[in-house]
Design a protein. Structure first.
Length: 178
């Protein structure tokens, strides 16, 4: 009779690997700062005021040139928040471009309906005031057709799915089309 240990080794290894993923995802370091920014920060450490000013002038000039050449870009917190909101519903890789961490994560949006059309099989395709377009993916029947001006809330759900609620009515499952 074969020993049961080899049959248990593969499932056990898979469970350990899955459990290790969240631990490594949390420890992810932020992306490195651009060299132009590091050079600017390094100027602060120069003791001689004349040399420090010359360093600031030189590095700000390089930073300005990189900005004009579109080799580097800047965004304040409000711009990042607006960009994240505009991308809500799309599956994008985490490149560290739009902030990070759960504190910055957007888990729902509120907007209004601009138009709704039939997407086939009793489903709807709904265009929102923010320019996004969402398509119903489940077979749940909405009691009323969405009308322009109605309030919509879209919440993220498990495994990259989303729920849309029209003026507080029961939710339907949707995906972002554009």
């Amino acid at each position: 009779m074969p020993h049961p240990l080899p049959r248990l080794a593969a499932p056990f290894a898979a469970i350990v690997a899955v459990m290790a993923v969240p631990a490594t995802a949390k420890d992810k370091e932020p992306p490195p700062r651009p060299a132009e920014i590091e050079a600017l920060y390094a100027c602060r450490d120069i003791a001689d005021p004349t040399e420090r000013l010359a360093c600031f002038d030189r590095t700000v000039g390089a930073l300005s040139s990189a900005d004009e050449a579109r080799e580097i870009s800047f965004a304040d917190k409000e711009t990042v928040k607006k960009t994240r909101r505009g991308l809500f519903g799309f599956s994008l890789p985490d490149l560290g471009l739009f902030g990070g961490g759960d504190a910055d994560k957007i888990d729902h949006i509120e907007t209004t309906v601009v138009s709704a059309s039939d997407a086939g099989y009793g489903r709807y395709r709904i265009e929102m005031a923010d320019g996004s377009v969402w398509v119903q993916t489940d077979n749940d029947i909405m009691p009323l057709r969405p009308r322009p001006g109605q309030k919509i809330e879209i919440k993220s759900a498990a495994l990259g799915t989303y729920f849309l609620s029209l003026e507080g009515r029961p939710s339907i499952r949707v995906r972002r089309e554009q």
